[in-house]
Design a protein around this ligand. Structure first.
Ligand code: PLP
Length: 364
């Protein structure tokens, strides 16, 4: 019998990514608050653009994504030549690791950082290295201390997932300035649009050769199922990533939907305002129940319970009420639940369910 070929080193060390659950057996009224999706759905303008583009599904899509890059550049006041679009920002994260890190190299991220950083680092044969956070917030000094000659990439999400905390602009600049030559800082801005007065690091990426900013259409723009993300960086870095990008990585339908979504400023503003209002209600309601909860700047909130058993009991109680949230054990928070900010009715429903849990034999 022949032996099966072995995969590249590091691949079998990857734990499979677990997406947020979406179903509860026997219920058809599930409220899904586990994947930070847009509670208002997709923009109708994007749905219509996708419908029209679907007529061209027999044709290959364009390879250069020029209309989408132009739209992104117009809306964010950027140079379209420095924008690259991927199958979600996940794909961009993957390219960054593939292009800049390999065997013997290290990829730094923080203690509770987004799981894809470690997965993509390992897929490239590099070693992911976790550095501590301070009070559930990225710690610039710990990151700078963690850098070695082998560090090729540093990833931070800002606001961070799953904590929702934000590192201020001065600290982000200090991090970029403190990194040695040859080390790239990736500012993952998947939730940047939900933070107050924050550009997600785009200006820093404009002026620094060692900074790349990533963004997504999955959250504010309501296109999680379309899989579109993008990055902005120095021309040289974007050129590097374009060399490994599949030429037809985004479909006609995805390109059309994303272009319509980014131009739909009213939908984005409605989502941002709705999120800010419901996030404030959710944080206030959780604190009133005695739960620990940081000032999230994202579209989710991390509710901290007394211990893991209480978080599990609360999770079970929510599921019994038809509500799915995320128990972020894989992120190092076994005693917490990450709750996506829903619409007004969703926020009422999750708060009512948690209040009932708290009142049940003083469970909190
Ligand atoms: C911090 C962070 N970065 C990146 C992503 C990837 O998003 P997408 O691939 O949908 O663009 C997510 C998704 O949840 C995320 O939480």
């Amino acid at each position: 019998m022949t032996t099966a070929p072995a995969p590249q080193p590091g691949i079998m060390g990857i734990d499979l990514y677990q997406g947020g659950a979406s179903k509860i057996a026997g219920r058809d009224d599930v409220l899904k608050l586990s994947s930070n999706e847009n509670p208002y759905g997709a923009p109708p303008s994007a749905v219509e653009a996708a419908r029209v583009a679907a007529a061209d599904m027999h044709l290959y899509p364009p390879t250069d994504h020029a209309p989408l890059r132009r739209a992104i550049a117009e809306v964010h006041d950027l140079d379209p030549e420095r924008v690259i679009c991927g199958v979600g920002s996940d794909e961009v994260i993957h390219w960054l690791c593939q292009a800049y890190a390999g065997p013997g190299d290290q990829v730094l991220h923080t203690e509770h950082g987004f799981l894809m950083y470690g997965i993509s680092a390992r897929a490239a044969g590099a070693a992911p290295v976790k550095v501590p956070e301070r009070d559930r917030t990225v710690d610039v000094d710990a990151l700078l201390d963690g850098v070695t000659d082998a560090t090729k990439l540093v990833f931070i999400a800002n606001p961070a997932n799953p904590t929702g905390t934000l590192l201020n602009g001065q600290d982000v600049t200090r991090l970029a300035d403190g990194l040695p030559d040859g080390c790239l800082l990736v500012l993952d801005g998947a939730y940047a649009e939900f933070a107050d007065d924050f550009d997600g690091g785009l200006r820093l990426a404009e002026t620094r050769a060692n900074v790349v900013a990533t963004r997504t259409f999955s959250k504010l723009y309501g296109l999680g199922g379309m899989r579109v993300g993008w990055a902005y960086g120095a021309r040289d870095a974007i050129d590097v990533l374009n060399r490994i990008r599949g030429p037809f990585n985004l479909s006609n339908v995805a390109l059309a939907a994303a272009e319509a979504a980014v131009r739909d400023r009213d939908f984005a503003a409605m989502t941002r305002d709705g999120n800010a209002a419901q996030r404030a209600r959710l944080i206030c309601g959780l604190r009133a129940l005695g739960l620990g909860c940081d000032d999230s700047q994202a579209n989710f909130v991390l509710a901290r319970f007394a211990d893991r058993a209480t978080a599990e009991a609360a999770d079970a109680h929510l599921q019994a009420a038809g509500i799915v949230v995320r128990h972020p054990v894989g992120y190092g928070f076994p005693a917490a639940l990450r709750i996506t900010v829903g619409d007004e009715a969703g926020t009422t429903r999750v708060l009512d369910a948690l209040r009932a849990f708290a009142e049940r034999d003083d469970d909190l």
